[in-house]
Design a binder for this molecule. Sequence first.
Ligand code: NAD
Ligand code: WQD
Length: 343
Amino acid sequence: MRILVTGGAGYIGSHTVLMLLEANHDVTVVDYLSNSSEEAVRRVGQLAGREAAFVRADITDEKALDDIFEAHYPDAVIHLASLKAVHESVSTPLDYYFNNVAGTIALLRSMERHAVRTIVFSSSATVYGDHNPKPFTETMTIGAMNPYGRTKEQVENILSDLGSSDERWRIAILRYFNPAGAHPSGRIGEDPQGTPNNLLPSIAQVAVGRRETFMVFGGDYDTRDGTCLRDYLHVVDVAEGHAAALRYLERNPGVYRWNLGSGEGTSVLEILHAFEAAVGTPIPFVITSRRAGDLPAIWADPSAALTDLGWCATKTLAQMCEDHWRWQKNNPLGYTVAHQNHI
Ligand code: NAD
Ligand code: WQD
């Protein structure tokens, strides 16, 4: 297939593009590089032995999107481009709604004009909010608790309405839980700009010496060791989930929702200790106060993805930590310095 990947230079995007190239699809990446580097796309091309086309463009720009559809005539779109920092979304909600919701509407309008009606969308476990029992299943009522999460919820609703309006649409909504790790080559991985928000990059930056102490946000939760439980899954498994969803959509028009998770909750301290095992040395940490908005425990019921797509998370926590550490150790400052030095 010819596949357009929005946000394809980002963390999940780069791993997804690599997997698509390896499966012999032709890929066009659209990204405006707000939280990523073109270097990621270059390395993906090196790893795959063939390149994705890269267009630096903003998905809120419908004219730019039309030009891309006319130049690359994709069969399907994998839509990952979005802003994703929960705390930033609280202080700049308009930026989040414009980029994530208006940007998706622009993309869908351009798709419709070019008769491209197959899309896989990156949603998030955050849409389940705090009112549902665990594990989360796709049939539960959603209700996110912050502007970022609400952008995902609104796009899910738009996609649902679109599917109801025209039965030719083929729409997969993937609700990722906590993607972690990096490609085993150590050449591509998560490269957050500024202070990382997510757990694995925060631990890894302490391990590599970029930060002094890892802060555990809360040690007094009602969990087995007092720290929060999350459902971590390897980013390569997440990438595979997109391919599985595309294969399903080839056979089935309609709108579908699937959790991508491992089905298991792992605590912050368990992740920290698994990362220490990967590094081979202790990582300095301190238990601080809780982070506002954190839920004590979240994990997926991933059985629908197994039944419908034949997909499940295959890689272990140890692999996530080893692969993330290889990436961080080999690229202590992420892509930036390597890019400047043409490594
Ligand atoms: P990322 O920030 O690494 O990648 C997102 C990419 O989208 C970036 O390269 C950014 O430059 C690009 N982008 C953003 N707005 C754009 C625009 N208007 N036009 C063009 N490009 C734009 O993030 P990621 O972790 O790879 O996440 C990918 C998707 O998965 C996002 O939609 C995110 O909300 C979703 N998601 C991520 C996680 C996670 O923990 N990483 C969990 C659940 C869902
Ligand atoms: C995991 C656990 C923290 C950093 C967020 C978004 C969500 C989704 C995934 C996109 C929590 C703890 C973290 C640190 C810590 N993203 N932690 N010290 O909270 O499940 O979800 O990312 O859709 O929308 O909210 O993931 O990686 O931020 O945190 O103790 O320095 O690690 O408190 O318990 P989370 P996370």
